[in-house]
Design a binder for this molecule. Structure first.
Ligand SMILES: [Zn+2]
Ligand SMILES: [Zn+2]
Length: 266
């Protein structure tokens, strides 16, 4: 089913006087939002990687991937074109289409708010749910108006430091990126952007911590998502099994001219 099919179903549910139908409207709203982002990723998969839509699909990670490839995913704009003339005439532009961006707030807030109604609730407020559905419906209708798909972006490639997969990033996205997740959903490893050079090389740093082997002191890099008490790893040098037994927080006073506090006297 496409987004417009879901819109038809949502409107039918809303027309019913039975407030129980609102639950189905909420479900169809969520499916429509997923279908929209899914379609966008499917479009980019053809050029970048068929794995973008592999299993573990979640709206928030799909949106994260989408912003890597399509920095204007959340912006709306129209595109006009005309044949170039020698005299530089400005008339005669034809509307090619409009791009309707999806508002992140829909995905992150409304999508989850809708989900909270898909359970048995004692405090079920039908009117509040109806308002929420109507807001989503307006947004969905805006997204399905005539639009074009543009895939002319300059692409920068970086290798995932965990799995080696190529990550494709729209060059326009880079200035605003601080973190990059591997777009292979089986890996999904977080990296920090270290540097973007003139030669269009993107340097990434793994979101990881160096642990010195307790036996031979060799440095072992462990992803921060794995670091927790009880986690064990085999040293890459001496193959000893190390286990994380305790975490220690280090902290200090950040002194600035305005906020420097007098040091406590011993
Ligand atoms: Zn990876
Ligand atoms: Zn070792």
């Amino acid at each position: 089913m496409e987004v417009k099919d879901y819109i038809g179903k949502i409107e039918l549910h809303l027309a019913s006087l039975n407030s129980h139908q609102l639950i189905y409207a909420a479900l169809d709203c969520r499916l429509a939002i997923e279908r929209f982002v899914y379609n966008r990723l499917e479009f980019h998969s053809e050029r970048h990687s068929a794995k973008l839509l592999f299993k573990n699909w979640q709206p928030h990670s799909a949106m994260r991937t989408l912003t890597l490839l399509e920095p204007d995913a959340n912006k709306s704009f129209t595109l006009h074109m005309k044949e170039e003339s020698e005299r530089g005439e400005k008339e005669g532009f034809k509307l090619i289409g409009s791009h309707e961006g999806i508002d992140d707030a829909i995905l992150n807030k409304k999508y989850h708010s809708l989900g909270s109604y898909l359970h048995l609730r004692k405090d079920m407020d039908s009117e509040k749910l109806r308002t929420l559905i109507n807001e989503c419906l307006d947004e969905l209708k805006r997204l399905v108006i005539k639009k074009f798909e543009c895939n002319l972006a300059n692409i920068v490639k970086a290798d995932c430091l965990a799995c080696g997969q190529e990550i494709h990033i729209n060059e326009k996205s880079i200035p605003n990126l601080k973190e990059i997740w591997c777009t292979d959903p089986n890996c999904n490893t977080k990296h920090f952007v270290k540097d973007f050079s003139q030669e269009k090389k993107l340097a990434l740093i793994l979101d990881a911590t160096v642990f010195k082997c307790a036996s031979c002191s060799a440095e072992n890099l462990i992803l921060n998502t794995k670091v927790k008490e009880g986690f064990s790893f085999k040293c890459t040098e001496c193959h000893s099994k190390n286990e994380i037994i305790r975490k220690v927080w280090e902290y200090g006073v950040r002194e600035t001219q305005q906020t420097a506090l007098p040091r406590a006297k011993p």
